[in-house]
Write a protein that binds this ligand. Sequence first.
Ligand code: GTP
Ligand code: MG
Length: 207
Amino acid sequence: ELFTQAWIFIRGVPAMKFLPPEGPPEIAFAGRSNVGKSSLINALVNQKGLARTSNTPGRTQELNYFVPGGFSGEGTDLPPMALVDMPGYGYASAPKEKVDDWTKLVFDYLKGRVTLKRVYVLIDARHGIKAKDDEVLSLLDKAAVSYQIVLTKTDKIKAAGVPRLIEETLQKIKKRPAAFPFVLATSSEKSEGLDELRAAIVLAANG
Ligand code: GTP
Ligand code: MG
């Protein structure tokens, strides 16, 4: 019932020094610009405008923290987890300096955050794993940060192709030490694969 609560935005983090104190388990969403990170968070909590989305790659430019509402944050009244929306990597329609800054922020956060319990690495079902994704997976393997691959926008490919795509993706990551050996397939647009992802997130946050 966690995901049916009203979630709220609590903080946008433009640099490592602005991270909140380490508290509840954090679940982060990483992936190339425009892959659908912010849309997936909105779909998970069923709140359309919670995380800002756009057609233009480079929409999310800070680490954005979301928590279920109703927790004071005082003493032990802490939310059970935070979802962290991240800027994308790869091409973005923003000045290079800015993109370089947020890419560094994403990489620093991914390898150095003690309370980061799981990273969902989103891969566009139409494009598969690209060089930049491999770079991020290698960083997570090296830092021993648990991650799971989520295919996005499956509504854009033929339904019959999804099982094969999952299998191909699994083959590509099976030797990676920190990869969770199951690949999820989702469509935020068509609300597909969300219950599986919600269940996985709850397990990861409690594990
Ligand atoms: P950045 O913040 O720029 O890195 O992008 P993002 O990964 O947060 O992507 P965002 O959620 O903003 O979505 C990018 C575009 O993809 C938007 O136009 C969304 O409407 C679209 N989109 C997201 N998820 C889906 C999906 O499941 N299906 C379809 N067809 N489009 C989607
Ligand atoms: Mg975004």
